[in-house]
Design a protein around this ligand. Sequence first.
Ligand code: ATP
Ligand code: MG
Length: 418
Amino acid sequence: MANLKYEAVRGTNDVLPCESAKWQYVEKSLSDVAYRYGFREVRFPTFEKTELFQRSVGDTTDVVQKEMYTFCTKGGTSITLRPEGTASVARLCLQNGLFAGLMPLKLFYIISCFRYEKPQAGRYREFHQFGAELYGTQEPSSDCEVISFADTALKTLGITDYVLKINSIGCPECRKNFLDALRKYFDGYRDDLCQTCQERLEKNPMRILDCKSDICGKIAAGAPRITEYLCDGCSRHFEALKAALDNIGLRYETDTSIVRGLDYYTKTVFEFVENSTGLTLLAGGRYDGLINELDGNKNICGLGFASGIERLISAMENAHASFGEDRKCKIFIGYIGEKGAAKAAKTVKYLRDNGVSAETDISGRSLKAQMKYADKIGAENTLILGDDEVDKGSGAIRNMRTGECSEIDLDDILDTVR
Ligand code: ATP
Ligand code: MG
């Protein structure tokens, strides 16, 4: 590769013209599913005050401790590029009074996120998320609705090679005993744990269950299970969710190792994991304490999910899924001579103004070169205009796929190509 003076920053990606149609297709499909489920889009700033993420994502998480892009403004405010969307949406709802409106509140977003992670397959420093938030109900049927939305979203994209894993991590009440049990258990392996997990042992031992190191993973396999520590309320919630999923025929596995990487989760957590790669395509859960954490006067239950769009596109490629129809040029109008050029320019303008993708030569090429170009861009039809055609007001339109030619009245061109 050439030695370039300017290269993109490590862990970031360009989307080239040959790939952008995939992104457009995925974004459009996901938005369509969202509206089917009654979710409406929100958009919000790329950066927020650092405090918002510290407070909501949680001080003891990897995201806040190691992965945030944080900088100080000239005015001395600490700002962070969003590592995820839930905190910003919570802020947006509070700031704009959305919790005073119709409930449940169902929102979705498509955003770029920034995390300082080690770049590798499916893991970047700038990546994109499709996410959803549902606020204002604590009913297990709302957990079911969000999971069902996620499942439909994946299936709509043609992704089926995944397993849905669910777990409950309880409420702060039942978690107290669980954390004590975890501390006691991991204390026995204190010296074997990785450096980070030794710190987690004091601050938040549940994080150890989410550690990606092999040795911690092996130790965690024998740790106490949250399901044995759930209080009656949390236990009933989890059973009701499973019944609701059974009722609509959604298959799942219960996996007590799922705890999620962000602190704000309570009760239900879930992940959709791609079988062939083991990558998490989509993950989420309930966060009944989040809003109260940001505004002590409000108690509003919520839950949601987020999915990495880069991982979705890879999964679609793995599944040989369709990215919709190629959007090709409908007609290329070639020309000979000045009269032909003027008519061609006028005609493509007219077609474009009427919703048809049309092109003509703008490089001063010979007719032969024009036709070569038309072929390369995959134009569906071609038409050549010279003095004769302009004078007669008609010409021969050629279907490039079948090779078929037919004489058309230039005044009828719009109806013909449409
Ligand atoms: P992981 O355990 O893989 O680090 P996470 O718990 O950090 O994931 P979330 O914060 O829940 O992930 O983000 C939701 C989804 O966003 C993930 O399931 C994944 O699809 C995607 N995602 C997270 N981090 C990245 C990244 N660095 N690059 C690409 N996609 C990502
Ligand atoms: Mg992570």
